[in-house]
Design a protein around this ligand. Structure first.
Ligand SMILES: [Zn+2]
Length: 230
């Protein structure tokens, strides 16, 4: 059971109720386990959703929690600043929150001071919204270089790319997204997006597929950059 404050906030009445139902169904005291997965987590995968928070976030959080899944949300700082309650909702639903830059630029085309601004303003916006100070950073488009790495390291951020691209940003349908998740191995990470209705629709089958393979949705370790137990 996690003792991380971000994952066990003091006020989460709806989520607590849902969790209680899930725990009762699973017959377990392991707060992080989904009902279908409670008996066996032989490995962990990192589900990630980029570009939120947005008006799609509540539906995404519902789909995740209803399927016993937890994910890492790589938020844009500009949206965290505009929608702080949605960052709080992510945390209340048991999700982890990472930094995805402030305005989603091509960071490799920017100078060091501009990169620093993108990173630092996002750290501040997420923290101000109640999302904690992120430890994980995903560069927009997965584009990075030595300057980006140097700046993010200064903020104690670990750069996280992905092992599997769901292609939800490229028009992939729910079937293809389910198949992509089926390629995840222990410790690996899949790219999805907050705004993607197809990824949202794929979640029940993603959960079923992971459970059938003894895999559970985990957090991403800032130490190793791999998916681990929550
Ligand atoms: Zn993005």
């Amino acid at each position: 059971m996690s003792t991380r404050p971000r994952t066990r906030p003091a006020s989460r009445p709806l989520t607590t109720t849902l969790a209680a139902v899930a725990l009762a169904a699973a017959g377990t005291l392991t707060a992080n386990a989904a009902p279908a997965q409670a008996a066996a987590c032989n490995g962990y995968v990192g589900l990630t959703f980029d570009d939120g928070p947005s008006s799609s976030t509540p539906a995404l959080l519902n789909a995740l929690t209803q399927n016993g899944l937890r994910a890492t949300m790589f938020n844009q700082g500009q949206y965290a600043a505009a929608n702080p309650s949605r960052v709080q909702a992510q945390v209340n639903a048991g999700m982890w929150v990472g930094n995805h830059s402030y305005t989603h630029p091509h960071l490799t085309q920017l100078g060091q001071s501009q990169i620093d601004s993108e990173i630092s303003r996002t750290q501040q916006a997420i923290a101000a919204a109640g999302g904690g100070t992120p430890k994980l950073f995903r560069p927009p488009y997965g584009e990075t270089n030595s300057t980006v790495k140097a700046v993010t390291a200064r903020y104690g951020l670990t750069e996280i790319i992905w092992d599997v691209d769901s292609q939800d940003w490229n028009g992939a349908g729910a079937d293809a997204i389910v198949q992509a998740a089926g390629r995840l191995g222990n410790g690996q990470i899949i790219l999805m997006h907050d705004w993607s209705a197809n990824s949202r629709a794929a979640l029940p089958r993603i959960a079923q597929g992971l459970a059938a393979r003894g895999l559970c949705a985990g957090r991403i370790s800032p130490q190793t950059g791999r998916a681990v137990a929550p």
